[in-house]
Design a binder for this molecule. Structure first.
Ligand code: G6P
Length: 482
């Protein structure tokens, strides 16, 4: 099989460069090894006058990385507009933040169609496409329109919310119908999968049999594939990274004080305001914890041109400064707050230095920081993970201290509990989590999905012989955009 992986953001093969977001960082080592072609945005735009989409192609392990310049006229409407101001908020159950115009939707569809045309150059008889994330919900349908009959899979890295919230997305029906052009649709958790199946049954009136749905496109299989990490490799990286200059400087600066760490993209789904408020509450309720623990919060900016992100950045800067102003001393800063990205290597060392990892999103598809924090710990003296029950990772990491990020008092108490947890309990909890991480690696995730995509097609081809001429779906108005 000649695999083509597609995502909006791609990563280059350098372990010591900062990376934004779990998706690109997680895919890099597996795509590199698989020999696949990884296609995504170059982050640059170009006007639409040239005939062929412009792609910069470089080697990536056994395969290649192709970075496309996306069409200038549609990039803003696609990325800041529909993808990140309609889909992202809705998928994270923030329908109140949906803010996208009809033009944004048209641009989103144009960029999906543009990507489909660009992918044709990689099409061979034995190609399989694996499309990643909410930027490309309609890409499978666009590929089918171009006559592609090869297997096409899709994986959603974010949650899939309840029906009522999906209903708040402009053109939701058209988009979900377009998704059924995929042979296999993967979700992070069973809840996401159930929500999606619920929408198909209730809003589209489709019959579902054992995770298989039949639509005018044919059959699609819907299943759960929780994404993992390479825990062993991360553990080794963390053990080595403790001598990295940034990590040693951090350790020296602590003067024996304990450290809690949070590492997130600066995003409203991450619950950063609630988290900082919980630390504020903890130092108020337990003044003895002042000077004995501080928080290192790394909040890497992304999508800064979107108003909701700018507002959040301002709100957080003010909140951190208030908390530091109230609890700080001449020689003690309660919260070290950094708006920049760090490499995986440095992060691994920072996680190992911290006695508590705080991962408290309001909603999150998986949250690989939670898994990385666990993998980075010293087995002889592991730290404690405080984890939101609304992160996909909570399904597997159920021996973390699970919290409701909306309940500030209880979060404050839980962080205090984490700080005083005896070694024996820390080890028991950590060992149970490590066993889960070892059982669900990123390599396993990748090969399970690719195998399931192949099987899905083998099964389907056995039932219905491949259609010689691509047929437009019988009844759905899939392309309202020219
Ligand atoms: C999340 C999304 C990814 C995205 C990443 C970074 O992890 O699921 O698709 O790439 O955030 O966001 P950005 O908009 O900066 O690429």
């Amino acid at each position: 099989m000649n695999l083509v992986v597609v995502s909006n953001r791609v990563a280059r093969g350098k372990a010591n460069e900062p990376m934004t977001g779990g998706l690109a960082a997680a895919l890099l080592p597996v795509v590199e090894k698989s020999g696949a072609i990884w296609v995504g945005s170059s982050g640059r735009v170009r006007d639409g006058t040239q005939k062929e989409p412009f792609a910069e192609i470089e080697a990536l392990g056994a395969g290649a990385l192709a970075m496309l310049d996306l069409p200038a006229a549609h990039y803003g409407g696609y990325y800041e507009g529909f993808a990140n101001s309609a889909l992202w908020p809705a998928l994270h159950s923030r329908a109140d933040l949906i803010n996208a115009s009809q033009d944004d939707y048209l641009s989103y569809r144009e960029v999906n169609a543009f990507m489909a045309r660009a992918l044709m150059r990689f099409l061979k008889p034995d190609t399989a496409f694996w499309i990643q994330d909410y930027h490309f919900l309609a890409l499978g349908a666009e590929l089918r329109d171009l006559g592609v009959t090869q297997p096409i899979g899709f994986f959603l890295h974010t949650p899939w919310p309840a029906r009522a919230i999906v209903g708040g997305v402009p053109h939701h029906r058209e988009l979900v119908e377009a998704m059924l052009a995929y042979d296999l649709i993967g979700f992070q958790t069973q809840d996401d999968c159930d929500n999606f199946l619920g929408y198909l049954a209730s809003d589209l009136g489709l019959a579902i049999d054992n995770g298989v749905v039949t639509s005018p496109y044919g059959t699609s299989r819907i299943a759960v594939f929780p994404i993992g990490i390479d825990a062993e490799k991360f553990a080794q990286q963390a053990a080595k990274a403790v001598s990295h200059p940034d990590v040693s400087r951090l350790r020296r600066s602590l003067n024996g004080e304990k450290l809690a760490i949070g590492v997130d993209r600066l995003d409203y789904s991450k619950g950063l305001v609630n988290r900082i408020t919980a630390f504020d509450r903890m130092w108020t309720l337990h003044p003895a914890l002042k000077r004995t623990v501080s928080l290192l919060q790394i909040a890497t900016p992304s999508r800064g041109a979107i108003e909701a992100y700018g507002n959040l950045q301002n709100e957080l800067a003010k909140l951190v400064s208030d908390v530091n102003g109230r609890h700080g001393e001449v020689d003690w800063t309660p919260i070290r707050y950094l708006n920049k990205g760090y490499s995986q290597t440095v992060l691994a060392g920072l996680y190992r230095t911290a006695q508590v990892g705080v991962v408290t999103p309001l909603q999150d598809g998986m949250n690989l920081v939670a898994k990385e924090y666990v993998a980075a710990q010293n087995p002889a003296d592991p730290g404690v993970l405080v984890l939101s029950k609304f992160a996909g990772a909570a399904n597997e990491l159920d021996t973390a201290l699970l919290v409701n990020p909306h309940d500030i008092d209880s979060m404050a108490q839980t962080i205090a509990t984490a700080l005083s947890m005896p070694l024996i309990e820390r080890r028991m909890r950590w060992e149970a989590m490590m066993a889960k991480l070892r059982a669900g690696t990123i390599q396993g995730w990748f090969s399970d999905f690719v195998e399931a995509l192949q099987d899905t097609r083998d099964d389907l081809d056995a039932i219905e012989p491949p259609v010689a001429e691509p047929q437009p779906p019988a009844s759905w108005p899939l392309r309202s955009v020219g």
